[in-house]
Design a protein around this ligand. Structure first.
Ligand code: 9PG
Length: 533
């Protein structure tokens, strides 16, 4: 019988295991590794960009995220009610001595959990391939990434472009005038890409310029290029909303459940979300022509968002496992967009490898450090906050050999920002470590000094060395993210009570609507205090 040693411990493996450097390859629908030690930590790896990734105390229960209505958009709906420490494709434990044991799938539709003192991996299908590896944490994850790269491929672009993105300053309140003001205000700041985010389109599924962009998206792209930047554009091509023509005219393109109802994909823009079936030939044709259209408009950097929708469980036109169906859709998108830079967001992690250039590896940042109501009361680590973004990015740095790990934007502005200088610095250092540099700061919101700091940040190319899980040397300075990536303390009895009372309310349409309205009001105030045009 084969055995794998983890420090001083020995783990029995099935006879069929194939030895490779630092571990074994196994082929089985299910793999159970009994642990001869009590692991102090379990590495849970969330399904998509925004889903929690990190080391947790195995004894700690992480209840389902609230609002429940957002579950399909923030986590894997198949695993959300699983009370065990669990994750998608890969899981790991540390030994009391600090060694790491990793179980990672090289196949799609796979899960890992800590189950009754065993590390358990299983497939939604009948077969899967697994890496079992042990040793130093960073080495073990590097080995897993290397094998994923062999199976699924790697990104093509050498270094990531430096991006100005409209989302984290103007949010949905973009219009042509404000966008051009920002573009022209960038002046000598060395951004490669100027990316227009959510707010330009007529609607989800109606990917045409709305009335706020009178020059059209092709006209805007021309102006961006004339200013010396590569035009970038955000789309959510796999989503369908009830208010769209797409929904009314192409009901047969929708992902549906066994009873024929559209599969819920979350809630946003004041509506329920549904998904395209990425195995439907006509839907695929529509997706391909959409990509060709935006390329013809002049956009060479595409941020495709809410991509998880394509991988939700459901009954498809062509009977295919859900992540294979997603990957098929992604390959059609990739092919149709040609040589554009492809950033995936809200994307299932492993099925995106090899088909995109960059991948958002964490929750959205925000001009706020933590959202206590969501993290502490609603068990939700997918909501926008600097801390949620940093935690996931650090815990997904092992993906860096395969694609650009996008940590989301950094801030230099103090206007409309509750982050402290130290917190902004952590975000900036993280961007230096991933070498994916982006910001949404409006030039008019920056002081002279802040603008100079942003310029220096864009120009610098520091030496980075990893010292441990969350500690780095960045140009001779030690940067420590340990505090940032910790989970908040478990709930107190009072917090449990609050959670039970508030949790169910958060899915009510009225509550979602009030939330939207409060956000819009805050934005109006921000723009009144310091206009963006
Ligand atoms: C545009 C934005 C930006 C942003 C994306 C995405 O509820 N959620 O969990 C949730 C997470 C992220 C999110 C929206 C909702 O933002 O990550 O960069 O492009 O869409 O609408």
């Amino acid at each position: 019988m084969h055995t794998l040693s983890v420090g001083t411990y020995t783990i029995p493996l099935p006879e069929e295991a194939t030895p490779i450097k630092g571990g074994f390859i196994l082929k089985a629908a299910q793999v159970r590794l009994p642990l001869p030690f009590q692991p102090p930590e379990y590495y849970r790896h969330g399904w998509q960009s925004w889903t929690l990734a990190g080391w947790v105390d195995p004894a700690r229960r992480l209840p389902p995220l609230k609002p429940r209505i957002l579950n399909p958009m923030q986590t894997d709906p198949l695993s959300v009610n699983d009370a065990r420490p669990n994750g998608s494709w890969v899981g790991a434990v540390s030994t009391p001595e600090g060694q790491t044991l990793l179980l990672g799938a090289l196949s799609l539709e796979t899960h890992v959990a800590l189950d009754n003192g065993s590390l358990l991996g299983w497939s939604e299908g009948t077969e899967a391939e697994w890496l079992v590896a042990s040793g130093d944490e960073i080495d073990v994850f590097a080995r897993y990434a290397d094998l994923l790269g062999q199976r699924f491929g790697r990104g093509r672009v050498q270094s990531a472009p430096r991006v100005w993105c409209s989302w984290y300053s103007l949010y949905r309140e973009i219009n042509e005038k404000r966008i051009l003001k920002a573009l022209n205000g960038l002046g000598d700041l060395p951004f490669d890409v100027f990316q227009v985010d959510d707010g330009w389109q007529k609607g989800i599924g109606e990917w045409e310029a709305n009335e706020k962009f009178p020059s059209g998206m092709d006209g805007l792209a021309q102006k961006i290029r004339a200013a010396g930047r590569t035009p970038g554009l955000w789309l959510a091509p796999l989503l369908v909303v009830p208010s769209s023509d797409l929904y009314r005219q192409h009901g047969d393109w929708l992902l549906r459940d066994e009873e024929g109802r559209p599969v819920p994909a979350g809630h946003n823009w004041g509506e329920p979300l549904y998904a395209l079936d990425t195995t439907h030939p006509a839907a695929l044709e529509w997706l391909a022509s959409l990509m060709k259209k935006v390329r013809a408009w002049g956009y060479d950097y595409l941020k495709l968002d809410f991509l998880y929708a394509g991988a939700l469980p459901g009954k498809r036109y062509q009977d295919m496992p859900r992540e294979a169906a997603y990957r098929h859709g992604l390959s059609i998108l990739r092919e149709a967009m040609g040589d554009a830079y492809f950033l995936t967001c809200g994307a299932p992690i492993v099925p995106s490898i090899g088909l995109c250039d960059g991948l958002r590896v964490g929750a959205d940042v925000d001009q706020i450090w933590d959202r206590r109501l969501e993290t502490q009361i609603l068990d939700n680590y997918a909501v926008p906050s600097a801390r949620n973004a940093i935690r996931n990015t650090i815990n997904r740095l092992w993906l860096a050999p395969l694609l650009h790990t996008d940590p989301d934007v950094v801030y230099f502005r103090s206007y409309n920002n509750s982050l402290t200088t130290e917190q902004k610095r952590l975000l900036q250092d993280l961007a230096l470590i991933t070498n994916f540099k982006a910001t949404s700061d409006l030039p008019v919101w920056l002081t002279t000094e802040e603008r100079a700091e942003l310029k220096a940040f864009l120009e610098t190319n520091p030496q980075v060395k990893r010292l441990g899980r969350a500690r780095f040397w960045v140009d001779g300075r030690e940067v420590d993210f340990s505090q940032a990536i910790e989970l908040p303390d478990p709930k107190s009895p009072l917090e449990h009570l609050k959670s039970a009372l508030i949790g169910p309310l958060t899915s009510l349409p009225l509550v979602l609507q009030i939330n939207d309205w409060l956000g819009k009001r805050a934005m109006e105030q921000t723009l009144r205090d310091r206009p963006a045009e």
